[in-house]
Design a protein around this ligand. Sequence first.
Ligand code: FMN
Length: 370
Amino acid sequence: MKARYHPIAEPLHLANGLQLKNRIVMAPMTHSASHPDGSVSDAEIKYYARRAKGAGMIVTAGATVTLKGGFPGQFAADRDELLPGLKRLARTLKADGAKAVLQLVHAGRKLPPSCSEVISASAVADEKQGASVPREATEAEIVAIIEAFGNAARRAILAGFDGVELHGANGFLLQQFFSPHANRRNDSWGGTLEKRMAFPLAVIETVKRVVKQYAEQPFLIGYRLSPEEPETPGITMADTLQFCDVLAASGLDYLHVSLNDFWSLPRRGVTDERSRITIIERRIGHRLPVIGVGGIHSAEDALLALQSGVPLIALGRELIMEPDWLEKIAEGREEEIRTTIKLGDQEALAIPDSLWKSIWAMPGWFPLEV
Ligand SMILES: Cc1cc2nc3c(=O)[nH]c(=O)nc-3n(C[C@H](O)[C@H](O)[C@H](O)COP(=O)(O)O)c2cc1C
C-alpha cells in the first residue's frame, strides 16, 4: 500500500470496545433478492461473500421489522423462523474480520399503493408522483412498531451480528416521524420538533434495552439520517443539528449521515457555508463517530473525505462495481479500481438478478459502460 493511503487502512476503536480494521464501511444497499417470505437467499449470500474481504464494517440491506412494513424481495427480521438465514448472513459477512451490522427499517408511506396497508405518522403522501396516501398510525400501531424494532434487534443479536443500524434516512418511517412534512400529528408523537423526535428516541431506547438484556458481547447501535428534505415543510439543517445533539446523548455507537454527494452543501436552515457532513461532524465532535457517504470512488476521494475529519467513509455503488476496492489499494493497484459497470459483469461481480435489472433499468444511477 502506498504510504499516502495509510489513513484508509487505520483501525478505529469504538467506545463500546469493538475495533474496526479500517475506515471503510460498506453502505446499506437493498438488492431485493430475498425469498418471498423475507428469508435470505443463496444469491444474497454469494453477493455478500464476494464483498466481505475489504471493508471494516458492512451494513446490510435494510431488513424490515414487520412484514407489512417491507417491500417484496426485501430481507425480513420480523420472525424467529428467519434466524437460520440471518445466521448464515452474519457468518458470511464476518468471515474475514469485518463487523456485520443489520440495517433495520420500516418503510411507512414509501410503500407503493399496491400494498395492502400503508401507514405513516400522518395521512400525508410523499410529493413524488404516484405515492401512496398513508393512513395515520394509531397509538397501538406505533407502540407495536417500536417493539418490532426491539424484537428485530434481538434476532440480530441471536444471529451473531455485531450491531444494528436504525434506518432513519432516505424518507423511511423513522424519518417520517421526524419530518414536519410527513408528521402533522398533535399528540405525544408530533406537533413540536421535540415531539417529532419521540418515535426515533423510543426505538433507540427499546433497542438499547434489548441489547442490555440479550447481548453477551459489545453490540453496536447506529442511526442513519438524511439531514434535509426538499419539501416545505420539510427537515432543515437547523432541525437536524438539534436532533444530532439529542442523538449524541442517547447512547448510540455511531451516526451515519446519508448523502448522495459527500461534499454537498446545506439547502436551508443554516448560514454556514461548509459542507453538510462537516457541519454535522463538527457539531457531534467527539461524542460519536460519524460515517460519511456519497460519490466516493477512488482512493484519492476516500483520502480527501477522511482528511475532512470524518472518521468513517461508506462506499455504496462503488463496492457493487468493485468488490476488490480495498484489496487493490492494499496492493498498490488503486489505478485498477473499476468505476463503471458493463454488460457481462454480472457473474464476476455476483450481483443478484433483481439488482442487476434495476441497475440497467435506471440510466444515470450507476456509471454504465455500453
Ligand atoms: C442499490 C442500492 C440500494 C440501496 N439501498 C439502501 C438501503 O437499503 N438502505 C439505505 O440506508 N440506503 C440504501 N441505499 C443508499 C446507499 O446506502 C448510499 O447512501 C448511496 O448509494 C450513496 O452512496 P454511493 O455514492 O457510495 O453509492 C442504496 C443505494 C443503492 C445504490
